[in-house]
Design a protein around this ligand. Structure first.
Ligand code: NAG
Ligand code: NAG
Ligand code: NAG
Ligand code: NAG
Ligand code: NAG
Length: 369
């Protein structure tokens, strides 16, 4: 009798456990996602992308699976390939059309998220988590109806893989950089065609800050530029997710000035920061300031400045995530005890959701006005 009871209790616990584990933080799973997990999941695998170690092949497998099973919700394009032959993915949620197709009926604003320019896996992991939450969680359905999401989850896979394999600090891509037969890599974060060359020149091709021989010289940079060009009139908000920090940062990166037109962007950064601070469990204060003041110096060729200046994207931000990753680089942030990733991730996702809410607010104000 006693043994049987223990057995029953244990089974119930087991069922509860698998039920929550396969929900990946969703209140309820979309049918296509449920089907995908049912068909693909092996016994020793974890159904939630946030528990998986992220390499270039994980990105490919995950995107392939969701676009196959949830094709009505998500489309994935991988037309560009890096120097080392890895795909640069463009994920569109939700679109029933080929990417960039000229659809005059498509009026929805776009939120563009881009991750991984500076190597590292942390921002890539967050981008995949956002994709998972938008595609898998039924309760987020409004978020993918009123707005189109274009997500570039991994824009420097060569750099990411190099750092992973060699375990040395690396943030550039890994193309021969044209200066020296032995020197590799251009800093993508400094290769965009905005104020390029206005900063003190970094001529040393071995430097992690090497901006390339000319702006837009890299496949990765050209890829991001192409996305700006194809969606530009509809992009309402652009966020470049980067590692080593805990902040939402507004223009400019290349100079220390705040013009009045930036006030709106600054206010929005404050609203997003407030939401993250409210939801990240107060672990650490999520800062809002300009990219320049965060860095304490100019950063030229920055994609956020380019988005704001050239493509007229009103809300353009750099968002730094997961501060514990590299204390050497981010001495400004205290190191965090392990296990805070979950609260941080939840906080960041609330920030992204706030971006959506603020945009929907704008849309309804415009309609009324
Ligand atoms: C996997 O992720 C889910 C949802 O985020 C979480 O509830 C669960 O505890 C995680 N499992 C492990 C083994 O970390
Ligand atoms: C990718 O290639 C397909 C097929 O050639 C094309 O229809 C599509 O427009 C391309 N997408 C991008 C993002 O370049
Ligand atoms: C995709 O967006 C359209 C609006 O353009 C909406 O009607 C449709 O329900 C959305 N699809 C899903 C799966 O949410
Ligand atoms: C940037 O400008 C502010 C105010 O205009 C000034 O206080 C600050 O010292 C400047 N920072 C740098 C690094 O020049
Ligand atoms: C955003 O930054 C401003 C100026 O530094 C600060 O006064 C405000 O408290 C910040 N907001 C949040 C939510 O941190």
């Amino acid at each position: 009798m006693k043994i049987l009871l223990v057995f029953i209790v244990a089974s119930v616990l087991l069922i509860l456990d698998t039920a929550t584990a396969t929900h990946c933080g969703c209140k309820y799973l979309r049918q296509c996602y449920k089907q995908m997990l049912k068909n693909l999941l092996q016994a020793d695998e974890d159904p939630c992308i946030e528990n998986v170690s992220i390499g270039a092949s994980t990105v490919t497998i995950f995107l392939k699976a969701i676009s196959e099973y949830c094709e009505l919700v998500v489309k994935v394009y991988g037309n560009s390939t890096t120097h080392e032959g890895r795909n640069l993915y463009e994920v569109v949620i939700n679109s029933t059309l080929p990417s960039g197709a000229d659809d005059r009926n498509e009026k929805r604003p776009v939120i563009l998220l881009e991750a991984g320019q500076d190597g590292g896996t942390e921002s890539v992991e967050l981008a995949l988590f956002v994709i998972e939450q938008l595609v898998a969680c039924g309760e987020n359905k409004d978020m993918i109806q009123k707005v189109q999401w274009v997500i570039l989850p991994s824009t420097n896979p060569d750099g990411q893989e190099y750092a992973r394999a060699r375990r040395e600090p690396w943030k550039k891509n890994y193309s021969p950089n044209g200066k020296d037969v032995l020197s590799f890599g251009v800093d993508i974060t400094r290769n965009f065609d905005d104020s390029w060359g206005n900063c003190a020149a970094v001529k040393n091709a071995f430097s992690q800050d090497y901006p390339g021989l000319k702006p837009n010289s890299e496949i990765e940079t050209a890829f991001i530029n192409d996305v700006f060009t194809r969606y530009k009139s509809r992009i309402s908000t652009y966020i470049s997710l980067r590692r080593d920090g805990h902040a939402i940062l507004y223009p400019f990166a290349s100079r220390n000035n705040t013009i009045t037109t930036i006030d709106k962007v600054r206010k929005r950064a404050g609203d997003i920061a407030a939401k993250v601070n409210q939801r990240a469990g107060g672990i650490q204060w999520f800062v809002n300031q300009s990219i320049f003041s965060m860095n304490g110096k100019e950063h030229c060729g920055h994609s956020v400045d380019l988005a704001y200046n050239k493509y007229d994207i009103k809300y353009a931000f750099e968002m730094r995530v997961f501060p514990e990753t590299d204390n050497r680089i981010m001495s400004k942030f205290q190191s965090l005890p392990k296990g805070h990733e979950v609260s941080l991730r939840t906080g960041y996702f609330s920030g992204i959701r706030e971006v959506y809410n603020l945009l929907v607010n704008d849309m309804s104000t415009k309609q009324k006005g």
